[in-house]
Design a binder for this molecule. Structure first.
Ligand SMILES: Cc1cc2nc3c(=O)[nH]c(=O)nc-3n(C[C@H](O)[C@H](O)[C@H](O)COP(=O)(O)OP(=O)(O)OC[C@H]3O[C@@H](n4cnc5c(N)ncnc54)[C@H](O)[C@@H]3O)c2cc1C
Length: 569
């Protein structure tokens, strides 16, 4: 209830109330506690962690303290140059400055004062490494493995990892390990054995659930943050949904929430920090704000991210930005799975192509995933539909590489695929024309495209879209394939096809904020007492995706900044 009269019937009073329990929210709660604030975290879901727990757990932190050790030099000036170039003047400079200043400080603070343990990924380049100020690696950092036994029973209340981040839907790894396995770098066999054995011989874990207790990626990040909160005795209420912001004389002083079946009023003396995710799982909001066609089932994000914080902000007069944008990426909707899977790695591997309904290419398949969906929408028209698009590959690709829900056919031949995959989900034919007919795309167009792709594979030069030219493209390529690790002929039958959706990892538009994470009204003034971070706020990177970790890095950084503003020393 946005009521201007002073309210006295509070059920609980804290200094800082954090709404949501993703990475940004937990970082804010930790920092608030460390600055002496009585802090409460409320989470609508029966699990904590949100999309952050499901994610790759990477943080994009320019000029972070782990870079030097990883052999990559960075400076605040280069970081700013890169951000200014990639955001193309669309983001106020003071927000970019704040990010460049506080992101490394935030990471160092948590590495020194909490359970957070991170490692740099020296080969994981920025997404536009050739742009001014771009780096070949190490701005992306990730959590090391985390032993879930430290959380006790609280572990099973953490949202599970996205299936696409696990080996065989079960076994966790870090991004560093994942890259060793993908590229079959020295030691990959031993590593496979270690991960498998670690899982199967964890008898205590196997007795309790299917979940791997050797956490990696987003689960590791959330595990570390959750443990740090538990050690500080910061309360986290699950199944507690914020529903309205409460105003007193223009200041946000608390929240009306539903805790299971009970309505509670929580007063927050020093501020309410909204970290309640985007609106990716709200079909109505998607259709209203995002480019159409769009559907909630195309997202990989948490089903609980339904834009609640954005709607609450609108009620108290907040301005919005970037509402027509998302952390886009090509996804596949797998029968029987709760969330869509994004094709992050598969599209860079050699021997596949993305086409529209005319069977024509429209993008460098290995480009950053945000660029793929932007290209899909740009191309899409009633005459030349490109939403959905289609991925085509051949038997060699299928034999060598995992793709979406399948392991490579050398390990999971077609006859071992579940029935529902063979009945409509994965299309297969012994000729390109037959496959095109099954997929409802133009056969002549597809044949011509594949002929061209095969020529590019032989010369190593994609003359249309430059697949494999960028250092980023090659990160997920196959280094054993020459001359271009992202290109191989598509010529060995049978041929396969998957439908590709205009999906996302979450939305990136939301409440407009300033460099201190304060929510702004239409007049550009801060609404006192209200902060927004993560995907319920407009992204600090505007419409771009500078590198892996560009959503959780800013969410945690602005969580930290919000607290510095709410509780100045
Ligand atoms: C498979 C996958 C891989 C990804 N990999 C990466 C990566 O490596 N690096 C990266 O930066 N990003 C990655 N992303 C994207 C990233 O996970 C999200 O953009 C990010 O976690 C969003 O953070 P958030 O804090 O805004 O929201 P979330 O982490 O989703 O947290 C929001 C929380 O708020 C809760 N909530 C919603 N409404 C309410 C309410 N009314 N009251 C109380 N609580 C509420 C939700 O239940 C949720 O738990 C990935 C995403 C996916 C799905």
């Amino acid at each position: 209830m946005s009521d201007n009269k002073p309210t006295t019937n509070w059920d609980y009073t804290v200094d800082i109330l954090v709404v949501g329990s993703g990475g940004g929210a937990m970082a804010a709660a930790l920092c608030a506690h460390d600055r002496g604030a009585k802090t409460l975290v409320i989470e609508k879901d029966e699990y904590y962690g949100g999309s952050t727990a499901m994610s790759g757990g990477a943080l994009w932190i320019p000029n972070n303290h782990l870079m030097e050790e990883a052999g990559v030099k960075d400076t605040p000036e280069e970081s700013l140059e890169y951000l200014k170039h990639t955001t193309q003047g669309q983001v106020p400079e003071e927000r970019l400055h704040a990010y460049v200043k506080y992101a490394p400080e935030m990471v160092k603070y948590f590495c020194e004062h909490s359970r957070l343990e991170l490692q740099a990924l020296p080969e994981y380049s920025d997404y536009y490494p050739e742009a001014p100020g771009g780096k070949p690696g190490a701005r992306t950092i990730e959590p090391i493995n985390f032993d879930a036994r430290q959380l006790g029973d609280e572990f099973l209340r953490m949202r599970e990892p996205a299936l696409q981040t696990l080996i065989m839907k079960r076994i966790a790894m870090t991004a560093k390990q994942g890259h060793v396995l993908l590229t079959r770098s020295p030691g990959w066999g031993q590593l496979t054995f270690k991960l498998m054995a670690g899982y199967w011989f964890d008898w205590g874990g196997r007795f309790k659930s299917k979940r791997d207790r050797n956490l990696g990626l987003g689960n590791a990040l959330i595990g570390m943050l959750r443990l740090s909160l538990m050690e500080r005795d910061v309360s986290l209420w699950l199944k507690t949904s914020a529903q309205e912001l409460i105003l007193e004389e223009g200041r946000v002083v608390g929240v009306l929430a539903k805790r299971e079946d009970e309505v509670v009023r929580i007063r927050a003396e020093k501020g309410v920090i909204l970290g309640a995710g985007g609106f990716e799982s709200n079909d109505e909001m998607r259709k209203k704000y995002l480019p159409n066609p769009t559907q909630a089932e195309w997202t990989c994000g948490s089903p609980c991210n339904t834009g609640d914080a954005i709607l609450m902000g609108i009620e108290v007069g907040a301005a919005l930005e970037w509402m027509d944008d998302a952390w886009w990426g090509p996804t596949t909707v797998v029968p029987g799975e709760e969330c869509a899977r994004m094709l992050v790695v598969e599209k860079s591997l050699p021997g596949c192509v993305f086409v529209d309904k005319r069977g024509e290419r429209f993008v460098d398949e290995a480009a950053p995933y945000i660029d793929i969906v932007n290209a899909m929408y740009k191309r899409h028209s009633p005459e030349a539909p490109c939403v959905p698009a289609h991925m085509v590959f051949d038997a060699t690709y299928r034999k060598k590489y995992p793709c979406g829900p399948f392991l490579q056919s050398s390990q999971q031949p077609d006859w071992r695929l579940p029935k529902e995959f063979k009945e409509g989900y994965l299309k297969k034919d012994k000729t390109v024309a037959g496959l095109a007919e099954q997929m409802g795309i133009d056969a002549k167009g597809l044949e011509a495209t594949i002929q061209k792709m095969n020529e590019y594979a032989r010369t190593g030069k994609d003359l249309d879209y430059q697949k494999g030219d960028s250092l980023y493209d090659r990160y997920y390529g196959d280094p054993n394939v020459k001359p271009n690790p992202c290109l191989a002929p598509i010529e060995t039958p049978p041929f396969y096809g998957l439908q590709i959706e205009a999906g996302d990892l979450g939305t990136k538009g939301g409440l407009k904020t300033d460099a201190n994470a304060r929510v702004l009204n239409e007049a550009g003034e801060a609404i006192p007492g209200l902060y927004a971070i993560g995907n319920c706020s407009g992204s600090v990177t505007g419409r771009t995706y500078p590198g892996a970790g560009s959503t959780i890095g800013p969410a945690m950084t602005f969580g930290y900044i919000a607290v510095l503003d709410a509780i100045p020393t």
